[in-house]
Design a protein around this ligand. Structure first.
Ligand code: SF4
Ligand code: F3S
Length: 106
């Protein structure tokens, strides 16, 4: 499955949800996750993310492996999102910042 990683936090551009053929994105307050059981590995979402936050499970960068479990967990709790919405007004400022996991709201 594909996995949303740290750089989505506080950006949440949501371009990714528009292209997903199986609508398997789920939305939290400041982060999105993919349900790994529903993802069909089509890879369409990966190039759509302006924050380059989406990776195939086997290509998740070192140190971000914990996001594999976070996507699985949180996608069971959060509501489905299928339509793009405006990103946070300060999304560009947060894009690329390190250590955003501490700001993840659940
Ligand atoms: Fe959806 Fe395809 Fe991305 Fe999986 S890889 S989340 S099915 S767009
Ligand atoms: Fe997040 Fe990128 Fe989608 S920032 S909401 S994974 S387009």
């Amino acid at each position: 499955a594909f996995v949303v990683t740290e750089n989505c936090i506080k950006c949440k551009y949501t371009d990714c949800v528009e292209v997903c053929p199986v609508d398997c994105f789920y939305e939290g307050p400041n982060f999105l996750v993919i349900n790994p059981d529903e993802c069909i590995d089509c890879a369409l979402c990966e190039p759509e993310c302006p924050a380059e936050a989406i990776y195939e499970e086997d290509d998740v960068p070192a140190g971000m492996e914990n996001f594999i479990e976070l996507n699985a967990e949180l996608s069971e709790e959060w509501p489905n999102i299928t339509e793009q919405k405006d990103p946070f007004p300060d999304a560009a400022e947060w894009d690329g910042k390190k250590g955003k996991l501490q700001y993840l709201e659940k």
